[in-house]
Design a protein around this ligand. Structure first.
Ligand code: DX5
Ligand code: ZN
Length: 220
């Protein structure tokens, strides 16, 4: 059927090893990398910069999915475009002009994603669905790795998949937060296509095994 994809999130990785870990990730056949960007305002944490993204881009051909958890994302889109982002994901809660930011990303000929916090309703993106390449359903409150998966979000994935069918659009559904070899299953069944995983992969020394564990479920 569809291509289910595992997208490692570097947020929980050991940054002292990131060069070596990239080689392991590539060897596993991973195609995409998740880069969390936090401004300390939209979420209570700070994370990766355009500079870090540009350095990654020099070291790997992996597809770079930049998840902007910042207010005024319009201010950061150009920076991450120049840094080599392949897909720029913007939170619908982070700007009053989400439609305009989507246009801004598309004008740069980059793929565009929209993200929803757990409490944000699908109705907020109804008029955007035909424009975007991906919709990211947050399955934790954004800001930190290692949190517990919010089970109720499985129904949101289901509802989004239904919306996709009804509207005849073909964006990918991505899930982010608390994804493990267990929680990935209901998400997959509900219709998610791309699975971000941070602490499950990186909070141990055998990241290759952990990736393969997720990929195995992927192939069921
Ligand atoms: C959380 C980030 C996630 C985070 C996921 O705000 O958006 O990408 O890295 O980490 P885990 O998989 O540990 O929940
Ligand atoms: Zn993320």
């Amino acid at each position: 059927g569809k291509n289910n994809m595992i997208e490692p999130s570097l947020l929980s990785s050991n940054l002292m090893n990131v060069g070596q870990d990239l080689r392991i990730i590539e060897k596993c056949g991973i195609e995409r990398l998740h880069i969390d960007v936090m401004d300390g305002k939209f979420v209570p944490n700070l994370a990766f910069s355009p500079n870090f993204t540009a350095q990654l881009n020099k070291k790997t051909n992996l597809f770079l999915d930049c998840h902007l958890m910042t207010y005024r994302p319009e201010k950061w889109v150009d920076c991450f475009d120049e840094a080599g982002a392949n897909l720029i994901t913007v939170h619908v809660e982070s700007t009053p002009h989400i439609y305009k930011v989507i246009q801004q990303v598309k004008d740069l000929h980059k793929k565009v994603g929209i993200a929803l916090n757990p409490g944000t309703s699908l109705s907020s993106i109804k008029w955007l669905l035909s424009l975007v390449d991906q919709v990211l359903i947050m399955t934790v409150n954004p800001g930190f790795g290692g949190q517990n998966f919010i089970t109720e979000m499985v129904n949101k994935i289901l509802a989004l998949k239904q919306l996709r069918q009804e509207s005849g659009t073909d964006f990918q559904i991505e899930v982010d937060g608390g994804i493990t070899s267990e929680t990935i299953k209901p998400c997959m069944q509900a219709g998610a296509d791309v699975f971000v995983a941070g602490s499950f992969i990186f909070n141990n020394t055998k990241i290759e095994e952990k990736i393969k564990q997720l990929q195995q479920i992927d192939n069921l």
